[in-house]
Structures are given as C-alpha cells and as structure tokens.
Design a protein around this ligand. Structure first.
Ligand code: CAA
Length: 248
C-alpha cells in the first residue's frame, strides 16, 4: 500500500506494448502503478509520451534477471512508494532461431530474462504479501509456451516454465489471500511481434481463427479483472487470449 492507502502495482517491462497498456489500465482503475524498465533512454522517451497522455508514474530500473538488482529495486519501491500488492511479471525478450543454430547465449539470455526474472521478483514480493494477507501475481506467458513455435525452443521453454511455477506457488500462497495466475497472450500487435519477418507473420495470422493480431488493451482488460478483489477465488489458473489460435 502507498501512503494514501492505494494498492501498489509493479509492472515489469512496462515500456513494451503490453506493459504500457497494463500500466494505463491499472492507473485508470485507481492503483498506484510503478513502472519498471531496463533501458533508461527508452524509458525516458516512454515517460515523456505517457506524461503527455496524463500518466505520471514512478519509474524503477533493474535487470530483472539479476537477483541483487531486483532486491535493490524492491527496496527502492518500498522507500519511495510503499509495499507491492500487485506484481505483473511482464518483462520478457525473444532471441529466436532454429535449434540447430541456437547458441548457449541465446538459450540462457531468454531463460534468465523470461523465467528467472519471475523467481527474482516473486521472491521479493511474496513474503510481504503473505504478511499483509493480500496479493496478486500475474505471470505474462505466451501461446507459444503452451503449443511451441518453430524457432523458439528457448522462449517456449521459459514461457512453459511459468505455468509450473504459477501452479506450485499458487498452492503455497492460497490460504493467505495471495493469488498467482498466468495470462498467455497470442500474437499481439507489439514491436516484439512486428519484428517477426513479414512473410512468416502473415502465415501466423492466417492460423488465427479470428484472422487478426490481438491488441495490448485486450490483455490489460483481463489483467485488471484478475488483480481485482472480485477475483479472490481465482488462483493457479491460466487465461489464454489468442483469438482461437490454440484451443484445448
Ligand atoms: N515449420 C516448419 N518448417 C519451417 C518453419 C515452420 N514454421 N519455418 C521455417 N521452416 C523451415 C524452412 O522451410 C527451411 O527449410 P529447408 O531447410 O528445408 O529449406 C528451414 O526450416 C529453415 O531453417 P533455418 O534454421 O535456416 O531457419 P531461419 O534462420 O530461416 O529462420 C526463424 C528461423 C528466425 C526462427 C524464423 O523462422 C522466424 O523468425 N520464425 C518466427 C518465430 C516466431 O513466431 N517468433 C515469435 C516472436 S513474437 C513472440 O514471441 C510473442 C509471443 O509470445 C507470441
């Protein structure tokens, strides 16, 4: 909580397309949103743009794959804003390549940024949530963590790992009012997806029964429900939002 008794939401990777939509939505719903970034230059540009749109959010920096940096980030948030009630683990990267060409660095950088980061942030967020009797953690996974994707052994492994992490941690925290859930977006119109070669992206969209990319706002909408008090009985769940690309 912050000093005005408003719930504090930390959104990692806030400067990306989905992160931006989540920050705006949670701010609009009355939460105090702390925006995490990795790249200072990009964050400054982002912050200027958001201020023009009427959003003035506290910013924090860390390499979320680094445990010590995350510890310092949580101390910084506690000192400047308050304890984190809602954690959205949204930061992530891709380093696509077919497995036969994939380097160890391509593997490790994605596992560290997309999965170890979830451990690092949860490890610092969970104990205060348990002590306070309320908490919400949303792990932003991907359709490709559920179904696999040519060229994404590293990313699919990290995103699939989030599901096991979510389900196990949900069991450990359920009795204390702390819910842990996963949201699995399909292909959403963000810079990350737009970086896929055009011909390949066309083929991917053709596989989506809705025939289009999703929007960041469609992801933010479900997250605003999961973090709300209304979703108190929802834990260990996965919310797949992929236009029908993967149904099960
Ligand atoms: N299925 C089967 N075979 C395929 C294939 C596919 N989807 N794509 C390529 N191939 C075949 C090619 O036809 C080619 O075959 P031949 O060797 O017989 O000619 C071979 O595989 C090419 O293999 P390469 O190792 O040379 O692959 P490449 O270097 O040309 O490209 C790639 C590999 C970079 C991964 C490229 O396929 C690619 O960019 N794919 C898109 C990956 C993707 O969807 N990323 C999502 C990013 S966004 C995101 O991740 C957000 C989210 O959560 C959804």
């Amino acid at each position: 909580m912050d000093k005005n008794n408003k719930k504090v939401a930390l959104v990692t990777g806030s400067t990306g397309g989905i992160g931006t939509a989540i920050c705006k939505k949670l701010h609009d719903e009355g939460y105090t949103v702390v925006a995490h970034y990795r790249n200072r230059e990009k964050a400054e540009e982002w912050n200027t743009k958001l201020k023009e749109d009427g959003y003035d959010l506290p910013l924090v920096m860390a390499d979320v794959s680094n445990f010590d940096e995350v510890e310092k980030m949580f101390e910084d948030i506690k000192n400047r804003v308050g304890t984190v009630d809602i954690l959205v683990n949204n930061a992530g990267i891709t380093r696509d390549g077919s497995f036969r060409k994939m380097s160890f660095d391509q593997w490790k950088s994605v596992i560290d940024a997309d999965l170890t980061s979830v451990f690092n942030c949860c490890r610092h967020a969970i104990n205060p949530m348990l002590e306070g009797g309320f908490g919400r953690v949303i792990n932003v996974s991907s359709v490709n963590g559920q179904r696999g994707q040519f060229g994404q052994v590293n990313y699919s492994a990290a995103k699939a790992g989030m599901h096991g992490f979510t389900k196990s941690l949900a069991m450990e925290t359920a009795r204390k009012g702390v819910t842990i859930n996963t949201v699995s977006p399909g292909y959403i119109a963000t810079d990350m997806v737009m970086a896929v070669p055009e011909d390949i992206l066309k083929q991917i969209i053709a596989e989506v029964p809705m025939g289009r990319l999703g929007t960041p706002e469609e992801i933010a909408e479900i997250i605003s429900y999961i973090v709300s008090d209304k979703a108190g009985f929802v834990t260990g769940a996965n919310f797949a939002i992929n236009g029908g690309q993967h149904v099960y």
